[in-house]
Design a protein around this ligand. Structure first.
Ligand code: 8YV
Length: 324
């Protein structure tokens, strides 16, 4: 490996991973754990051989315009990388890696948690008990909608979409239909108890629950817009653990306010960490602060994947998870 590459870790990572990074590299850590702004990121690109960003770092094309960039690799902590302008990084000869595979189950678990919680009104119930407002059991109290046996519609049948299908079909006897850009082998889909449909609209029209598992950014921005929300059943629930920009958030708020759909469970938002007040006041939504991969096991595994990618790069090998 080249002598001690200088690397910057933009947020605090699990201790075990920071320890390995400190052993292998000339590593700088963001001890205050505050999100870095554009000026700080531009400075980082000038000063470090590798920058290891997360979803809280915005790396648009303009940051790659500078003439004095030292960074040769962005080792992203996370599978999604729509916060990085990949084309601009590639044009500057900067490698980009991500962390697929290790967060599949935990992200599907959070999607399942949202689906169950929003269907059974767990957020509302919890708020009622905590506020001392619970007046006692009664047959008509806080009635939700049944999950078992319903139809799940998945948008994006990659690793996480498949893991969600598996949970819903084999755990909750659900009929699973999905939309995916490319054709999935029928036998492969049926291993997850799922059936591919030709259009997003067909899936939206068929589903009692819609769960988004496609990448954010690019052509998926506002994939779920006012027109498509109107195609969903009025009793349907929308679950998003993918990226906030896959949904037109204003259109969703209107649909939730007007009863176009029954409710939503959201782990991601268009302008994180800002969640619009109009969304926060609604009772028919369950809101989580981007917890998809937030388990000890997974966050450590994600960090170790970045270590593998960056180590391979500086040893002159192909990083296993190179996306640019
Ligand atoms: C990460 C995620 O925690 O990996 C992803 O794409 O959405 C999250 O699970 C986050 O992106 C870290 O950068």
């Amino acid at each position: 490996m080249a002598q001690n590459p200088r690397i910057l870790v933009t947020r605090r990572w699990p201790e075990a991973v920071e320890r390995v990074l400190a052993e292998r590299f000339d590593a700088s850590f963001n001890v205050s754990d505050t999100a870095m702004d554009a000026a700080a990121l531009a400075e980082a690109l000038r000063s470090f051989d590798a920058v290891l960003p997360t979803v809280s770092d915005r790396l648009p094309a303009s940051l790659f315009d500078a003439t004095d960039i030292r960074t040769k690799i962005l080792g992203n902590f996370g599978v999604g990388y729509n916060h990085i302008d990949i084309a601009a990084a590639r044009a500057r000869g900067i490698a980009v890696t991500n962390t697929p595979g290790v967060l599949t189950d935990c992200t599907a678990d959070i999607a399942m948690s949202l689906l169950l919680a929003v269907a059974r009104r767990a957020g509302e119930g919890e708020r009622e008990v905590r506020s001392g407002q619970w007046a006692g059991w009664r047959p008509t109290h806080m009635i939700g909608t049944k999950v078992t046996g319903k139809t799940l519609g998945i948008i994006g049948f990659g690793r996480i979409g498949k893991a969600m299908a598996k949970r819903c079909h084999f755990g909750f006897d659900m009929d699973v239909v999905f939309y995916n850009r490319s054709k999935i082998d029928t036998a492969e889909a049926s291993r997850y108890g799922a059936r591919q449909m030709d259009t997003v609209e067909e899936v939206l029209a068929a589903a009692d629950f819609v769960s988004l598992h496609c990448p954010g950014g690019g052509e998926n921005r506002h994939l779920i817009n006012a027109q498509r929300l109107a195609v969903m059943k009025p009793q349907a629930l929308l679950i998003n653990t993918a990226r906030g920009d896959v949904i037109d958030e204003n259109a969703l708020i209107e649909a939730l306010e007007n009863g176009t759909i029954r409710g939503a469970g959201l782990d991601v938002f268009e302008a994180e960490p800002n969640v619009p007040e109009r969304l926060r006041v609604l009772d028919n939504v369950l809101l989580l602060p981007h917890l998809g991969s937030a388990t000890e096991e997974t966050r450590t595994a994600m960090g170790m994947k970045v270590v593998e990618n960056v180590t391979a790069f500086f040893e002159g090998r192909q990083p296993p998870d190179r996306v640019a």
